[in-house]
Write a new protein. Sequence first.
Length: 131
Amino acid sequence: MTDTTGDGAEVVAELGPDHVATVEIRRPPNNFFDAVLIAELADVLEDLAGGTDARAVVLCSAGRHFCAGANFGGGRRENDAGDLYAAAVRVFRQPLPIVAAVQGFPPLGAWETSRQTDSCLCGLAVMTCVL
């Protein structure tokens, strides 16, 4: 596999010989997302779509939960909702099919994110919360 990102990145991609890229979110244990993380995810997906032989993506995460929701705390600029949605549009517009490999407890926001992928695979221990 080929690592398409640098050390210390919060989104890491590896392209296998089968042309399937594994993209892993690395903010364990809960993988809260913000505009910075989603923009990094969009960058990685755009790089895979435009500059490699990738034909599909498996999106997964390190830690206990696939994604435990948005992190809007701290009042930092990178947590602005407008920036978050702009980055999300970039993720959804990229052309590669994405399969989300979901584990843990995804609350509504994170569940909606996984539902925007082309397919979603859930482990037996996945619990969902819809309010």
